[in-house]
Design a protein around this ligand. Structure first.
Ligand SMILES: Nc1ncnc2c1ncn2[C@@H]1O[C@H](COP(=O)(O)OP(=O)(O)O)[C@@H](O)[C@H]1O
Ligand SMILES: [Mg+2]
Length: 277
């Protein structure tokens, strides 16, 4: 299988920047996978995300989306259709006064025919669990609901990849759970490729793969159960570990034979139970 996104030795310096925001990033994203991107503020996460649908173009190196080079202007529309972006602030992403009009906005702009738009809007709202709110005013919804409407707006373009840049940063715990559950379902049940930038370790723990950015480079890259037990390496990158990992590492330090890679609360509890028996 070919990667859906291929990044080769990508460097990027902002027009007014002195040092590169991205400095030799190479990575492949395989179709249908769930990748979490971590890293302290200013490490280059958003700059990387914006290269995945040609909002930014490389200063050096290459970004290929489904084999299409982002630097080639003729590929722009096709790339934007394949890779949808969701940003941090749901209020900045609302463009209409009724939920279903908001979701229809992008496909309308793409010139999709009305019957197909109707079908896509309904399907997208169903997928994010917001169909019953289709005639509501978006600005009266909760943060989590607004983000799910924003995700539906991207889904209505029928994308292959969903790139989310800290979509839960402004949400309360309930909104975070709603959005994360939605994103996971889209990946696991619909096969949509997900790239999730987050500050929340428990969200990253649910991914197939964790990329940790530092100073414009990929510092760590691996499965969550390989990355999170490396608490010292993460601390050096100014990151924490999930609560489950922190607990297991403390128990290990105290001499209890538990595996450090049990990440979900359920696996963590089972590992402790097993060690206690
Ligand atoms: N629009 C911009 N103009 C100039 N420099 C920027 C701009 N956006 C980000 N940067 C710089 O690029 C680097 C990476 O930023 P960013 O990708 O936003 O990091 P992150 O999303 O990980 O916080 C930082 O040093 C930041 O100050
Ligand atoms: Mg950012």
């Amino acid at each position: 299988m070919d990667p859906i996104i291929r990044i080769k030795n990508l460097t990027y310096t902002y027009p007014d920047g002195s040092r590169p925001a991205l400095d030799g990033v190479s990575l492949d994203i395989m179709p249908g996978t769930f990748t979490a991107v971590l890293g302290s503020n200013g490490s280059g996460k958003s700059t990387l995300a914006k290269h995945m649908n040609a909002i930014l173009l490389p200063s050096g190196g290459k970004v290929l989306v489904d084999g299409m080079d982002t630097i080639d202007e003729g590929n722009l529309l096709a790339i934007r259709r394949r890779v949808g972006m969701v940003f941090q602030n749901p209020d900045n992403q609302i463009v209409a006064n009724v939920v279903e009009d908001d979701v229809a906005f992008a496909p309308e702009n793409l010139g999709v025919e009305p019957a197909e738009i109707r079908r896509r809007v309904d399907a997208a709202l169903e997928q994010v669990g917001m169909y019953q709110f289709r005639l509501h005013a978006p600005h009266l919804l909760s943060g989590g609901q607004k983000q799910r409407v924003a995700i539906a707006g991207v889904l209505a373009m029928d994308p292959e990849v969903l790139v989310l840049d800290e979509p839960t940063a402004m949400l309360d715990p309930r909104g975070r759970r709603e959005v994360l559950r939605t994103v996971e379902e889209l990946c696991r049940e619909r096969g949509i490729t997900v790239v999730l930038i987050t500050h929340h370790m428990d969200e990253a723990a649910r991914a197939d793969r964790v990329l940790v950015m530092d100073a414009g480079r990929v510092a760590l890259d691996g499965a969550p159960r390989e990355i999170f037990p490396r608490a010292d390496a993460l601390r050096a990158l100014r990151l924490t570990v999930p609560d489950t990992t922190a607990l297991l590492l403390r128990l290990r330090a105290a001499g209890m034979p538990v595996p450090a890679g049990a990440l979900t609360p359920e696996d963590c509890a089972a590992a402790i139970w097993e060690a206690l028996r």
